[in-house]
Structures are given as C-alpha cells and as structure tokens.
Design a protein around this ligand. Structure first.
Ligand code: DAT
Ligand code: MG
Length: 140
C-alpha cells in the first residue's frame, strides 16, 4: 500500500446541519489527514463539471440543485490507501445500505443528501483535486 491523496466534499446537508466538525472527527479518527480544506459555494457550472459523469442520469438536475443550495467544504485527505479507505469510512451511497459507524450511516438523510463525496479511483482523485486546489494550497 502507498500513501495516497483523495478528494472529499462535505455536502450542503452537512454544512447546513453544522456537521463539519463531527464529520471531520470521523475522518481523523480513521487516520486520514486533512491536508487541504476550504468552505466554498459551488457555482452551477462547477457542480455540473464535477458531476459530469452523471449528466445523463435521471437524478442529475436534483443533484446539481442540492450541491449548489448551500456551502460545501472541499478537502484533500491523505493516508495509506486513502482513496479506498475513505470510501469505506463514508459508507454506501444509499445510507440505508451503509455499514454502522460510517459517515453516511451516522449522518446521511437519503441517497441524494448523503453528506460526503469521495473520489472513486486514483485517476478521478487527481482530476477532482485539481478542479478545486492548486498545489501550494495542499500542505502535507
Ligand atoms: P457516490 O457519491 O457514492 O460516489 P455516485 O457517484 O454513484 O455515488 O453518485 C454521485 C451522487 O449522485 C451521490 O452521492 C448522490 C447522487 N445519487 C446517486 N444515485 C442516486 C439516486 N439513485 N437518486 C438520487 N441521487 C443519487
Ligand atoms: Mg461517485
């Protein structure tokens, strides 16, 4: 295994309910280091670009609406096997299927408002990090 970086978003349902610290506590308890973080409001264009892979899906419009409805916290997480590890810490996309102790089991409201995003592969992690952070904003 190697030290990796992955891209994370604390979604609007998290910031709205003041859960930034609670979610970060689970991230840090899992041994992932938050090496970059900022709170921003996504533009429609940013959300559409970010979730472009899903643009033909029936939930795309709702997804963009939800992601732009309130601030998000974008992050870079670092650690051993960080990409797959963070997916485990997040839990399944639908919180009904998420394992106990995962972020989505603890906090997600439903399959759309599911509290966090995490990259699904090394290639997507690189692209997603570059959409939101310049190299000197990431401090390992
Ligand atoms: P993940 O966020 O676990 O990587 P994904 O990439 O399949 O899941 O989907 C991206 C987001 O789109 C997901 O976090 C929430 C939304 N979404 C996915 N499936 C959905 C569905 N069936 N209904 C509503 N929103 C959905
Ligand atoms: Mg995904």
């Amino acid at each position: 295994m190697a030290i990796e970086r992955t891209f994370s978003i604390l979604k609007p349902d998290a910031t709205r309910r003041n859960l930034t610290g609670a979610v970060n506590a689970l991230i840090e308890k899992a041994g992932l280091r938050i090496v970059a973080q900022k709170r921003i409001r996504l533009s429609r264009e940013q959300a559409e670009t970010f979730y472009g892979v899903h643009k033909e899906r029936p939930f795309f419009g709702e997804l963009v609406e939800q992601m732009t409805a309130a601030p998000v916290v974008v992050q870079v997480l670092e650690g051993e096997n960080a990409i797959a590890h963070y997916r485990e810490v997040m839990g399944a996309t639908n919180p009904a299927n998420a394992a106990p102790g995962t972020i989505r089991k603890e906090f997600a409201l439903n399959v759309g408002e599911n509290t966090v995003h995490g990259s699904d592969a090394p290639e997507t992690a690189v692209v997603e990090i570059a959409q939101f952070f310049s190299g000197n904003e990431i401090v390992g």
